[in-house]
Design a protein around this ligand. Sequence first.
Ligand SMILES: [Zn+2]
Length: 113
Amino acid sequence: MKPIIIIAPRLTKLFSIVVDVQAITLFPFIISRTKMSDETLNHESIHIAQQKELFVVFFYMLYGWDYLKGLFKFRDKKMAYYRIRFEQEAYAHMFNENYLDNRKPYNWRRYKV
Ligand SMILES: [Zn+2]
């Protein structure tokens, strides 16, 4: 199933507290500020895959846990965001357009906060 893409600049801006958010993924939706680049779409599609594996709710629980852990460890909001396991996987592979075709399930587990 392909994600449903919604363009909503004001809603996306609301989430830009820590970093400048271009898009938010909430399975099966990708809410984007503007038309996405291929890399951003790939990044968000990686989050879709992760959310499917964790029934969305556990994705957000772990996402929050990783963020708090990073915040405690690094005392830096931006650093904490980039150290979230799901973000590490998405940023590491967003420029590889074939990544999702070959991705191992639960590959985010390779990363550590
Ligand atoms: Zn992301």
